[in-house]
Ligand binder design. Structure first.
Ligand code: FHN
Length: 423
């Protein structure tokens, strides 16, 4: 996975006005639902199960026959996302196992042809999203453990796979482009394509310009992003930081800073796994989720929060409950997150700032004292109050910074928000 390569892209791509408008929408939206769902869910051991349990291709191909998500209800998923305060959904159209979750015409290795369920879940979800004003992105894996021409396979190959040991990358990329064309022509407006997996073959020619050009030709407004852990390539519309606040690089991935300030997104999962994992009970608390969202906003990034639905099509009840908790918090405090941009102060140990017009929201996430002094940011303050109940907050500006005084009883364990109006 590791890559430290820095490349200087030739910036020839010019986003259309429609695309630029969508970039603004994206940055305002702040919160999205990430969904890892595929035939791997049947085994309840995450989306890497084929690789981690070393299941040969021929054996893995038997799994779709057991995938019958009769409880899948697109409406329930979309309502859950809305109740959580999420503005978009990013779902796995195809993960690394190569299985298409839609009615692909260029491969019968898909949900309609190979499962007893036999229905196109992406179509159902797209229709419901469009009806409900939720935007839909497709996560699409470039790495493919099924297509015979995907070779060599970097650190994910091996003789146990039972796959051919050679292949024509161009043929594979033609296939990938054909599948992307299906997704961008048969499912109405698509908000964007979220790529993942080119880290598997770092030195291959991925023909990115051809693929990105195709996407922008078919849907000029669609935002292209890729989880390649590198500086963005020409033709990308947003930058991803997997499991990392922008620039933090805590997971060992190279999260280089943006060249040319693209909108940013960070993704994290609600427990430890991306795809459904029976043994995973490391569920994040409402507080952790809210604070991650707020921190991301302070960094000017969206938060894409993942759930891995069960093979029956339902989402784990404990995840629904935490999402509802975040939604309740946002229904009260959303004004300090949605439509904001990263605030005038970069992140601090105690929290972050967000900004909208002449208002700055100081989010105190980790602080226990009655007064807090923060660095001044060059603009004079007109007024300060607690966002929660509008109680005026006393403040003092001097050469050491700005000191705010908040009665102890008003400190909120999740987020104490001071709303500051600038002069
Ligand atoms: O390998 C994948 C993983 O399964 C999952 O999809 C995450 C989501 O960001 N991305 C990958 C690794 O970078």
């Amino acid at each position: 996975f590791l890559s430290t390569a820095i490349h200087l892209p030739a910036q020839s791509y010019q986003p259309t006005p429609e695309n630029q408008k969508n970039r603004e929408w994206f940055q305002d939206a702040k919160f999205g639902l990430f969904i890892h769902w595929g035939v791997y869910s049947v085994l309840g051991d995450g989306e890497w199960v084929m690789n981690q349990q070393q299941i040969p291709l021929k054996a893995y191909e038997k799994i779709p026959a057991f995938f019958n998500p009769t409880e899948f209800d697109a409406k329930a998923w979309v309502q859950m996302a809305k109740a959580a305060g999420m503005k978009y959904i990013t779902i796995t159209s195809k993960h690394h196992d190569g299985f298409a979750m839609w009615d692909s015409k260029v491969s019968d290795y898909n949900i309609v042809k190979r499962t007893p369920y036999g229905k196109d879940v992406l179509k159902m979800l797209a229709d419901e999203c469009h009806k409900e004003g939720i935007k839909l992105f497709f996560y699409h894996s470039q790495l493919d453990w099924h297509h015979p021409d995907y070779f060599p396979r970097g650190n994910t190959g091996g003789s146990w796979t039972g796959r051919p040991e050679n292949g024509d990358m161009n043929k594979y990329l033609d296939y990938m482009d054909a599948q992307l064309s299906e997704l961008l022509t048969g499912y109405g407006e698509i908000a964007g394509i979220w790529f993942d997996g080119m880290w598997d073959k770092k030195d291959a020619d991925w023909r990115l310009q051809k693929t990105y050009g195709l996407i922008h030709k078919l849907q000029p407004g669609a935002l292209v992003g890729s989880n390649h852990h590198r500086t963005p390539y020409d033709g990308e519309d947003f930058q991803m930081f997997e499991k990392d606040l922008p620039g933090h690089n805590t997971t060992g991935f190279s999260a280089e800073q943006t060249v040319g300030a693209l909108p940013k997104e960070t993704c994290e999962t609600i427990n430890n796994a991306w795809g459904f994992n029976l043994k995973d009970d490391q569920h994040k608390s409402k507080k952790e989720l809210v604070q991650y969202l707020v921190k991301a906003a302070g960094y000017g990034a969206n938060f894409l929060l993942n759930v891995g639905p069960m093979p029956n099509g339902k989402i784990q009840p404990e995840h629904i409950a935490s999402l509802q908790g975040v939604g309740q918090w946002l229904s009260v405090n959303g004004e300090t997150v949605y439509g904001t941009r990263g605030g005038p102060l970069t992140a601090r140990d105690w929290g972050v700032t967000t900004q909208k017009g002449n208002k700055v929201y100081i989010h105190i996430l980790d602080w226990f004292d009655e007064s807090i002094t923060i660095p001044a940011w060059g603009k004079k303050i007109k007024s300060a109050k607690l966002f929660s109940d509008k109680t005026p907050v006393k403040f003092l500006e001097n050469e050491y910074g700005i000191t705010f005084r908040i009665p102890k009883a008003k400190l909120d364990d999740v987020d104490t928000i001071i709303e500051v109006e600038l002069k």
